[in-house]
Write a protein that binds this ligand. Structure first.
Ligand code: GLU
Length: 448
């Protein structure tokens, strides 16, 4: 039976996981054809099955003294090249299929970073958005009471993702430390005052822009004066915008789950500083942007539309930095019709398979998430290195290392794609290069 059929029959409801696996399997088919040893060792069957899945009850008490129960997850997908590494997502949409797709993507992404990081992901269907500070703390404490049994600085090192930022990492770390009585680098994305790395908050967004600049350089072009559509308004979107501005780009959109803003004049550094305060401290909605900057437009999400109007503005570049499957085939066509010639993914799997096919057929510059957004986890790897040494590198040093890593990922993708007769195809390149490193490690380590 073909492996994809087996996977679907085993877990029929895990659609996002099927999607992520199908893309990788298609890319690596020529790799298996070239290396019969891989098929003999059943690497596909092994790499698509998590090494371990942990699911647990997270009971906590809300402010009305009502007991609430959420579901917690940690999927430890692959430890072939290092301890499991990957973020925690707190969002109502979280289920096992979502966490498995994210953990699967993380394996290849981490493999591309040049660092020794395995792949994992975790989270909960808890929604921090409508909760008080104390509720978030109590939830994090309860979540870590169970998770602490499964993680460790040499075993599994979680970090942030959607809904998990510096605040949540702080509460999670505090609970781990109290339970284990040890101050170790068990989480990344920590505050710089107690073991975090400079540039970690910036890393995913900065890295995505470095990757975009590398792609443009292959066509003797730069980000100077490029009009850019950015989705999202969290950590990745904020620092993507910041680096784009630094490199001469003009960002005209940002969004959240309720709607998006279009600011034709461009989101300046001052406006971005206001967005950071809004989102990171006041935890407000992007709709408030037009009260502050009335020249901009706001459009609430309209579920009756089959496309997202954010992707339907004249632009040169698009940086999806919100969430999975936020660009469908209609959006892909709209982007192309509006003159977009570069798409660089700050989010994980933001384009549907239909959208990816349309984009690849046009041969525009397309950086898939597992390559383009690897800067975040790469600097997490650097945070782990600094924790082990009990040292802190200056910001400029971390940023320079990040820059070199993104350049190396870009080169690795191009070389792997060219090696398999697909020049310029970063999707194939990222999948092939990420996969090859992991399966070679699996073969070296025997049947484990
Ligand atoms: N959640 C981020 C990602 O998708 C970062 C993971 C990490 O730093 O471990 O790669």
């Amino acid at each position: 039976m073909p492996i994809m059929t087996t996977i679907k029959e085993r877990d029929p409801e895990q659609r996002e996981f099927h999607q992520a696996v199908a893309e990788v399997l298609e890319s690596v088919k020529p790799v298996l054809d070239r290396n019969p040893a891989y098929r003999k060792a059943a690497v596909l069957e092994r790499i698509t099955e998590p090494e371990r899945v942990i699911m647990f009850r997270v009971p906590w008490m809300d402010d009305q003294e009502q007991v609430r129960v959420n579901r917690g997850f940690r999927v430890e997908m692959s430890s072939a090249i290092g301890p499991y590494k990957g973020g925690l997502r707190f969002h109502p949409s979280v289920n096992l299929g979502i966490i498995k797709f994210l953990a699967f993507e993380q394996v290849f992404k981490n493999s591309l970073t040049t660092l020794t990081l395995g792949g994992g992901k975790g989270g909960s269907d808890f929604n921090p958005k409508d909760k008080s500070e104390n509720e978030v703390m109590r939830f994090c404490q309860s979540f870590m009471m169970e998770l602490s049994h499964h993680i460790g600085p040499n075993t599994d090192v979680p970090a942030g993702d959607i809904g998990v930022g510096a605040r949540e990492i702080g509460y999670l770390f505090g609970t781990y430390k109290r339970m284990r009585n040890e101050f170790t680098g068990v989480l990344t994305g920590k505050s710089i005052h107690w073991g975090g790395s400079l540039i970690r908050p910036e890393a995913t967004g900065y890295g995505a822009v470095f990757f975009a600049a590398e792609m443009l350089a292959t066509r003797n072009d730069t980000l100077q004066d490029k009009i850019c559509l950015v989705s999202g308004s969290g950590n990745v979107a904020q620092y993507t915008t910041e680096k784009l501005l630094e490199l001469g780009g003009k960002v005209v959109t940002l969004s959240d789950s309720a709607g998006y803003i279009y600011d034709e004049a461009g989101i300046t550094a001052e406006k971005l500083a206001w967005v950071k305060r809004l989102k990171n401290y006041r935890r407000g909605r992007i709709a408030e942007y037009i009260e502050q900057f009335p020249e901009a437009l706001y459009r609430p999400v309209d579920d009756s539309l089959h496309y997202n109007p954010l992707w339907n503005h004249k632009a040169h570049c698009a940086f999806p930095c919100a969430t999975q499957n936020e660009i469908n085939e209609h959006d892909a066509n709209n982007l192309l019709a509006n003159g977009v010639t570069l798409i660089c993914e700050g989010a994980n799997m933001p384009s549907t398979p239909e959208a990816v096919d349309i984009i690849l057929a046009e041969k525009i510059l397309y950086g898939p998430g597992k390559a383009a957004n690897a800067g975040g986890v790469a600097v997490s790897g650097l945070e782990m290195a600094q924790n082990s040494m009990r040292l802190n590198w200056p910001a400029a040093e971390v940023e320079e290392r990040l820059h070199q890593i993104m350049k190396s990922i870009h080169r690795t993708c191009l070389d792997a794609a060219a090696d398999y007769g697909l020049p310029g195809n970063y999707v194939a390149g990222a999948n092939i290069a990420g996969f090859t490193k992991v399966v070679n490690a699996m073969l070296d380590q025997g049947l484990v």
